[in-house]
Design a protein around this ligand. Structure first.
Ligand SMILES: Nc1ncnc2c1ncn2[C@@H]1O[C@H](COP(=O)(O)OP(=O)(O)OP(=O)(O)O)[C@@H](O)[C@H]1O
Ligand SMILES: [Mg+2]
Length: 506
């Protein structure tokens, strides 16, 4: 029901925004406004232009055309200083912390009252920083350099930094992508409180559940333009999905009650694996050509288990057997030599060479294959064709730039797809994918799973770790980890989201 009463005037109105990068039109005449007291969701496929819009608001990019009105007055946001003056705060898609500063010092960088040069001198945790840290559930120490924190903890610090000062507008570019459900809820809760206090909030997210639950307004971007704009009463998941991908998406149910890998021999067996506090007693069997899902909440020990299998950490207890022989990798090198590959969850931070081309980033794992016995010239051509092929298969949006452009020029989600594609090209015996669809748009997710299934059918055994339990329905079998312990193994029609949740929280 709409009423005519006191609708606050928009804080920001953007009209006809244009931005091009070479041949790429990142924004093509976007009209959008942000209203105090509202959470405005921006969604769209990877490369649709969401981050570009936010970066123009932040003064990090200058638009090529269009006008920005702030409080009804035309304004130019020349640089990030201007945005800060205006009371705009940002959580960007990339981590940008000062690694030698402590958590508290980084948080206080968000507070415009503090001069950065004096920051290094303070010790301890100022009350403002403590308050915001408590609000989003930070329990780790804020008195050590952020370089010693996990990537996940660094994200929480960067969110706290955006929340520490009073602001009129808060723009969050995928703030929850690296968070578990509970932490994501906390962050969204803070966003809701701020909106209730009259802040205009922008939320970019690929998690449509949280968008439909949290937002008062949703704008869908497609190819740099607005393809759908909805007010509170019109928001529907179905309409959003259609506007993102441009066609109807059939909701995927469980496709393989009897998986193709049924009865295949065990390739990798792990029993009672223990490591540190987070991994206590994990066991699983991985069959040849199988898609094995590992479900669990953040902190359940999933990544820790993957790291032990990949030789990045050593098990303190328990045994593993690979193809029937004892397997105790002492390094990542051992694991790779045993034909085990691992795609980490923080792919962009850990795995990309940002100034190198898309093609080089895709082929870093397969150079030896491309080069074998060929002259350099053929391998370049081969590399390009193979890169184009893989980009097409995974729906990597290259726009005008092709596979020779630096990967840093791709949107966040498209960068993620490149790292996945790199490993899908290798066909190892065992492939471990940690959160393979994080930051990847809804259309490309099914492409990625289709490709994973393809390589499984060729004999690769795949372990998928995902917080998106719905995606684990693609798996042949799912084990559930809780507090570092395998608490359930789900097969057949027991592979349901409800069963996974039930065991996670049991
Ligand atoms: N610095 C740059 N140089 C060249 N092209 C760029 C640059 N930044 C962005 N682009 C291009 O602009 C387009 C829009 O990118 P943008 O980052 O806004 O997408 P997005 O909607 O945020 O996607 P994602 O969901 O993957 O984060 C993409 O085609 C991207 O490759
Ligand atoms: Mg983005």
């Amino acid at each position: 029901m709409t009423t005519m009463t006191n609708h606050p005037a928009p804080l920001v109105q953007m009209r006809g925004m244009h931005k091009t990068y070479g041949a790429i039109q990142a924004l093509r005449g976007v009209d959008i406004e942000f209203i105090p007291g509202e959470i405005h969701g921006l969604v769209g496929a990877n490369g649709a232009g969401k981050s570009t819009l936010v970066r123009t608001l932040a003064g990090l990019e200058q638009p090529d055309g269009g006008t920005i009105l702030i409080g009804g007055e035309p304004a130019t946001i020349h640089d990030p200083g201007v945005a800060a003056e205006l009371g705009f705060a940002f959580i960007h898609q990339e981590l940008n912390l000062v690694s030698s500063f402590t958590g508290a010092q980084n948080i206080m960088l968000g507070n415009r009252a503090g001069a950065p040069t004096r920051l290094r001198r303070f010790t301890g945790v100022p009350p403002e920083a403590r308050a915001v840290a408590d609000r989003i559930g930070i329990t780790f120490s804020l008195e050590q350099p952020v370089s010693t924190l996990t990537v996940h903890q660094q994200w929480l610090v960067s969110i706290a930094r955006a929340l520490v000062h009073d602001c009129r507008l808060l723009a969050m570019d995928e703030p929850t992508a690296s968070l578990g459900a509970e932490e994501a809820d906390k962050v969204l809760g803070v966003a809701r409180d701020l909106a209730a206090q009259g802040v205009a909030v922008l939320l970019i997210s690929h998690r449509l559940d949280e968008v439909t639950a949290a937002c008062d307004r949703v704008t869908v971007f497609r190819d740099g333009a607005v393809s759908l704009a909805m007010g509170r009463d019109e928001i529907s998941r179905h309409a959003i999905v259609e506007a993102i991908v441009g066609h109807n998406v059939v909701p995927g149910g469980r496709k393989n009650p009897v998986p193709p890998s049924h009865g295949a021999p065990v390739v990798l067996m792990a029993r009672n694996i223990k490591r540190g506090r987070n991994l206590r007693n994990a066991s699983f069997d991985l069959h040849q050509g199988e898609l094995l899902g590992i479900a669990g909440l953040v902190g359940a020990g999933r990544t820790e288990l993957a790291r032990v299998v990949f030789g990045a950490d050593r098990a303190e207890d328990g045994i593993m057997r690979l193809r029937g022989a004892d397997y105790a990798p002492r390094s990542v090198h051992d694991a790779i030599a045993s034909s085990i590959a691992y795609v980490p969850e923080e792919r962009r931070a850990e795995a990309l060479f940002l100034t190198m081309s898309v093609a080089s980033n895709l082929h870093i794992t397969t150079w030896h294959k491309l080069r074998a016995g060929k002259t350099p010239l053929t391998s370049v051509r081969k590399s390009r064709t193979a890169a184009q092929e893989m980009s097409k298969r995974l729906g990597i949006v290259l726009r005008g730039g092709g596979t020779e452009q630096p990967i840093g020029a791709l949107s966040g989600g498209n960068q993620q797809k490149v790292v996945i594609g790199r490993w899908l090209a290798v066909n190892p015996d065992v492939l471990i994918l940690d959160e393979p669809t994080r930051a990847v748009d809804i259309g490309a997710r099914s492409d990625i799973y289709a490709r994973i299934r393809e390589i499984a059918l060729q004999g690769t055994s795949v372990i998928v770790i995902s917080s998106e339990f719905e995606e684990l329905l693609e798996c042949d079998r799912v084990i559930v980890l809780s507090s570092g312990t395998t608490v359930a193994e789900l097969t057949g029609d027991k592979v349901t989201v409800n069963e996974m949740l039930r065991h996670c929280y049991a």
